[in-house]
Design a protein around this ligand. Sequence first.
Ligand code: ADP
Ligand code: ZN
Length: 434
Amino acid sequence: MPSFLSQKDYLDRKELSAIQLERLQRIVRHAYEHSPFYTKAFDAMGLKPEDIRALDDIVKLPFTQKTDLRDNYPYGLNAVPRSEIVRLHASSGTTGKPIVVSYTRDDLETWSETAARCFLMGGVTPDDVAVISYGYSLFTGGMGAHQGMERVGATVIPQGGGNSEKLLMLIQDLQITVICCTPSFFVHLMEVAGKVGFDLKGSSLRHGFFGAEPWTDEMRRHIEEGTGIIAHDIFGLSEIMGPGVAGGCDAHAGLHIFEDHYYPEIVDPATGVALPPGEEGELVLTTLDKWAMPLLRYRTHDITRLHYEPCSCGRTLVRMDPIRRRSDDMLIIRGVNLFPSQVEALLLPIKGIVPHYELVVTRTGAMDDLEIRVEVTPELFGDQVSVLEALQKEISSKIKGMIGINARVSLVEPGAIARSDGKTRHVIDKRFNK
Ligand code: ADP
Ligand code: ZN
């Protein structure tokens, strides 16, 4: 018998659709009446909340883009008075201003609920001891996983990111059974364990919930075989809520989206036209009951497919394929979002740099490695090594200041970077087969 929270994973489709429609109509009205951004967008289209009579009418609603959040920074998309907002988070690594997201108390409750349902789906119980090794910061990972685990009733240890050796000690001493972190950090932890002679396989650890970045079936096998734990996928994004928008079940047949709160569609990334079930395209999400910052038809840029056929685990919630790629050029490096255009904006004003560069992303062991290859002018290239080294350092520290991660900077000779007749490829991502 599923727990009270998980019962919503098994609703009959008709019943679920009725809940979705009622919530959609309510949130559309709320957005139209209280979010100046949507009032303007609806009025420009001649659309009224009462035009949404059926779930299929969702296609009449305007899309919301990441740029809308940036342009309306920080509170322009809010639909409640400031006094009702109890938490802010921000999305990582954007130029200058981050994307700020707001939550009411009820929003936090919904977020906790869906994160909890994700952990329950993976088999976590109040008997578990869970360590949260996502960062606790503006990033939604730490707090989101924390709240969800508390909602399940597990014992929660707010360790935060990094600090692998201490984490191993805690696993041992506190008999930790569940870990939440990025998949790449966990693989790194496995390596550290190997180095210091810590036997993860013989440890108390049973489950890992890995998300915030794409990972592969090979990585799952590597983790499961190397440690004996069960590796679960957890998906989310700050704009929609945070971790726990969708999660993997035991059937390993994709991720169930908690669609009683987050309504999914798949559209053609180029045209925005809605695609039939089963076709691959861009995931678009509508928050059905997020009050502080409702988002209608948010373009995630994540590429996937939706499957409505019943899952062998018995849940009726739609499944999406794991996210392996995006329709834009956003890179996720060690959990941090980065657009090549940010690097470009930083490089171009520097004297001696020409506008030819590429970002090469590799994975050494578990850690993502970013190399920025930049061409310099012939004059500079012929200059003394010390001048080039100083320039390299300057670029590295600017990158670190902007996105908070270390990148290797290689200054290359004029003409070294391949020219293209068409769309220039600024990114060479060697981590995944695209
Ligand atoms: P968060 O701060 O919650 O990571 P961001 O907005 O910074 O949210 O990043 C969200 C993006 O991270 C998603 O749109 C997706 O591209 C990626 N992502 C999150 N979880 C996963 C996952 N489990 N698998 C693949 N990609 C993921
Ligand atoms: Zn399932």
